[in-house]
Design a protein around this ligand. Structure first.
Ligand SMILES: [Zn+2]
Ligand SMILES: [Zn+2]
Length: 372
């Protein structure tokens, strides 16, 4: 975390930490009600030269500074959410006096970044990562106290400036404006996900999946090592070095668990092992399957569980039944095979005997003929 965390409700913070330590939760989570993130100072990218007398260097920067100062004067009585800060014991207006200068500076730095990167191959990532880094640098008020001071001015100024900049290629301009507008409206495609709930669900799956079967046990460490609760590959911001992941929503995790279950049981099963001549101990495997089936049956009896896990349990149960049946059939097939062999040996033996007898008879007949 780049900004400094200012804990507002210490009791909640302590509770979150102790819940994690006693294993109640996997990850300590504190609500954004309980902390404030302080601003941090951003750096310009390489090649930035501060204009002489900055920020009183030109009409544009002077105007922006003035605008910032006026907004700061009005703060926190500028809007309903900020007004609540008046009543917060931890709030001190002087602590935010950096805002007017920060506003001019971050705008100047961002334009330097845009000018420097707009022609490069990965212009979009270079520029939007910088904007994101700057946006985060404005910090965060606890929930309910409004947007960080100065952030809206930064984004709106940038948006207007990009719109009015004639030097920017139209397509790139559009993409940047879309990025800024998307950032402005949080919560459009966002669903509240509880990371502890996701981790819990995955661990539940690990517990239910019959990894105790000797032909599946080698897969367990692989699944134990990963925690598929993120969607896609994480995006690493080139300026902050932080990788952002989107948490899966519960439905997506369940979807993953179902497809993982299906993939494993389709790929690795007794039919395949038999096919590869690896199924030597059918009696042992049969016992394993009986035990695993019983485990799933017992799990199913647990009515306190989640509705949605029924799906993979059902699949597993069905599969285990099939496996058991299959091993049974293999076993009896072995017996049948032995029976056939025995009969064939018997027949062969009998034929062999008959042949010998026949030969002997022939021999005797021949001898008899001779003796006659
Ligand atoms: Zn200037
Ligand atoms: Zn306000």
């Amino acid at each position: 975390m780049l900004g400094t965390l200012n804990v507002i409700n210490a009791e909640n913070f302590i509770k979150a930490m102790s819940d994690m330590q006693c294993g109640k939760t996997e990850i300590a989570q504190i609500s954004s009600l309980d902390f404030e993130l302080k601003q941090y100072i951003t750096k310009p990218i390489e090649g930035y030269e501060e204009p002489k007398n900055f920020p009183n260097c030109c009409g544009k920067h002077r105007q922006l500074l003035q605008f910032g100062k006026e907004r700061f004067e009005a703060f926190p009585n500028c809007c309903d959410n900020h007004r609540k800060l008046n009543a917060a014991a931890w709030f001190k207006k002087e602590a935010y006096a950096y805002m007017p200068l920060k506003l001019v500076t971050t705008i100047a730095y961002t334009w330097h970044c845009i000018a420097k990167h707009i022609e490069s191959d990965d212009w979009y990532k270079n520029i939007t990562d910088y904007i994101e880094y700057t946006r985060k640098s404005y910090g965060q008020f606890p929930d309910g106290f409004g947007a960080p001071i100065g952030l809206n001015f930064y984004v709106n100024t940038l948006e207007k400036d990009i719109e009015n900049e004639k030097e920017l290629p139209v397509k790139k301009k559009e993409k940047l404006l879309n990025f800024l507008r998307k950032e402005e409206e949080p919560g459009t495609d966002y669903e509240q996900t509880d990371i502890n709930l996701l981790i819990g669900k995955y661990k539940e799956w690990l517990r239910h999946f019959p990894f105790e079967l000797s032909f599946l046990s080698h897969l367990k460490p692989y699944f134990e090592r990963q925690m598929p609760i993120h969607t896609g590959k994480g995006e690493t911001n080139i300026y902050t070095g932080l990788t952002g992941f989107k948490l899966k929503i519960k439905k997506q995790l369940i979807g993953f668990l179902q497809s993982a279950t299906l993939t494993i049981i389709k790929e690795i099963n007794t039919r395949k092992i038999y096919h590869d001549n690896q199924l030597n101990d059918t009696a042992g495997v049969q016992l394993e399957l009986v035990l695993a089936k019983r485990k799933i049956e017992l799990e199913e009896l647990d009515k306190s569980g989640w509705e949605d896990r029924k799906d993979y349990i059902k699949v597993l149960k069905k599969w285990l039944n099939g496996e058991k049946q299959f091993v049974k059939e293999i076993n009896s097939a072995f017996k049948d095979k032995n029976k056939i062999d025995f009969t064939r040996d018997l027949i062969n033996g009998f034929l062999g005997l008959a042949e010998k007898r026949h030969q002997r008879t022939m021999h005797r007949q021949y001898k008899g003929e001779q003796t006659r």
